[in-house]
Ligand binder design. Structure first.
Ligand SMILES: *Cc1c(COP(=O)(O)O)cnc(C)c1O
Length: 430
């Protein structure tokens, strides 16, 4: 029964474009009515009709400790009693910056913003200012928020300038965004040879086209190419930051980027983003330098408190061992199911990021992922939802495991996945 969600969605489409405030929430890729969520706790979310689900969306990544973590909620409650926003410096902003710097090798300064999109946008401006160059290389299938210059995907003639992905993005902006293929260093080098490039921006683990791992040597190769051609290397760690480990992808893969963008986890569920790097770059930002970037609510005390406490827990407790172990359990269990039913499918996993791709046997770049069986995913998604498992309403998103997910949760999820596949098979679709 999702009667209340249905009624709310009917109202919502009258007053909000598509009924939602961010497109992927609308279930367009899988069909049906999005659930309106009433509350969440630990590994569970509850819709307005009172249904309970084991949640693998985790608000798209921020909730690495699970929902409604007691220490975060208490701290935020105390913080808001002292005021919601000051528009002047407060100590907790300083504490978050110090914490991020202590976690991540190579970072010397941090600027807080309000979203990952803003963090990326500001970093691109900085890279252009630092190098005096216009062009930027991004990889097809990588998502970096909705700034104009990042809403560009590859045409097949990808050595030429990109085409805008969305109406409203001017061709002049799109022209400055060059597209390369993930895991393909030769392609990047060709682009760097032909163009004066300000920066190469990459998701060190691509987690917005499902989950795609960087091939051995890919990130290190980007580092070398960027240094050789005088372009900055930007790691967009909005997902991987503080998820692959305290030092994020830079530490995990032993590759030092020039600039890093963050979001999601560092806000503990509040709207936050940040960009960070060495002083050499960061001191170009206003007011210490000429590159303008500002924000009325940047470093908001409630948001900073949520982020700070979340980072503190990540430091004090053995979170990463747990989420990585749960991630492996889930991935290997899904693989067993694939094998048992002889499904054409594959599972990519790194730590607590997992993706089950239907219809393809390997997923290592955008071209391979594009061939995934999205219709089958939609069937699987709805069967799982009906049995109380909340997956992302799209084939091209990660499953996020949190510290609150237990072995029992994972086993339950796998049982229900097996039933879902068996049922789809019995309906003759497979
Ligand atoms: C989510 C995401 C963004 C955008 O962050 P918002 O807070 O949604 O603006 C940017 N880059 C990556 C890698 C992301 O996953």
């Amino acid at each position: 029964m999702i009667e209340k969600s249905k009624a709310m969605f009917k109202r919502a489409v009258q007053v909000m474009p598509g009924g939602v405030n961010s497109p992927v929430r609308a279930f367009k890729a899988v069909g049906g009515t999005p659930l309106f969520i009433d509350k969440a706790a630990g590994s569970r979310i509850f819709d307005v009709d009172g249904n309970e689900y084991i949640d693998y969306v985790s608000s798209w990544g921020p909730m690495i400790l699970g929902h409604n973590h007691a220490a975060i909620c208490d701290a935020v409650t105390r913080a808001i009693q002292k005021g919601m926003s000051f528009g002047a410096p407060s100590e907790v902003e300083l504490k978050v910056a110090e914490k991020i710097i202590s976690f991540v090798p190579g970072i010397e300064m941090v600027r807080m913003v309000n979203s990952g999109t803003e963090a990326v946008m500001s970093t691109l401006r900085l890279a252009r200012a630092y190098t005096g160059r216009r062009r930027i290389i991004k990889f097809e299938g990588c998502y970096h928020g909705h700034a104009d210059s990042m809403l560009v995907k590859a045409g097949s003639g990808a050595l030429t300038a990109g085409e805008p992905d969305s109406p409203g993005v001017s061709e002049m902006v799109a022209e400055d965004t060059l597209i390369a293929s993930y895991n393909d260093l030769a392609w990047v080098e060709k682009l760097l040879k032909k163009n004066a490039v300000a920066c190469v921006i990459v998701e060190p683990v691509a987690a917005n086209m499902g989950v795609i791992l960087p091939k051995e040597g890919f990130l290190g190769g980007l580092r070398e190419l960027c240094s050789a051609y005088g372009a900055l290397l930007v790691f967009d760690e909005v997902i991987t930051g503080f998820r692959l480990g305290k030092g994020g992808a830079q530490e995990y893969f032993c590759v030092q980027a020039d600039m890093v963008t963050y979001g999601k986890i560092i806000g503990g569920g509040m709207p936050v983003g940040a960009y960070a790097g060495k002083k050499e770059f960061m001191e170009l930002i206003s007011p210490s330098g000429p590159v303008y970037q500002a924000g009325t609510l940047s470093g908001n005390p409630a948001a900073m408190t949520a982020g700070f406490v979340q980072l503190e827990v990540l430091e004090q407790q053995d979170v990463y061992n747990h989420i990585n172990r749960m991630g492996s359990m889930l991935a290997s269990g899904l693989l067993d199911i694939i094998n048992k039913f002889r499904l054409k499918a594959c599972v990519n996993q790194i730590g607590s990021l997992i993706c089950l791709f239907f219809g393809i046997e390997t997923a290592d770049d955008y071209q391979s992922v594009k061939k995934a069986d999205t219709a089958l995913y939609a069937k699987y998604f709805h069967k799982m939802l009906q049995t109380g498992i909340y997956l992302a309403p799209s084939q091209f998103e990660a499953m996020f495991v949190s510290y609150a997910h237990t072995e029992h949760d994972i086993n339950e999820t796998l049982n229900r996945a097996e039933h879902a596949i068996a049922k789809i098979k019995s309906e003759g679709v497979l």
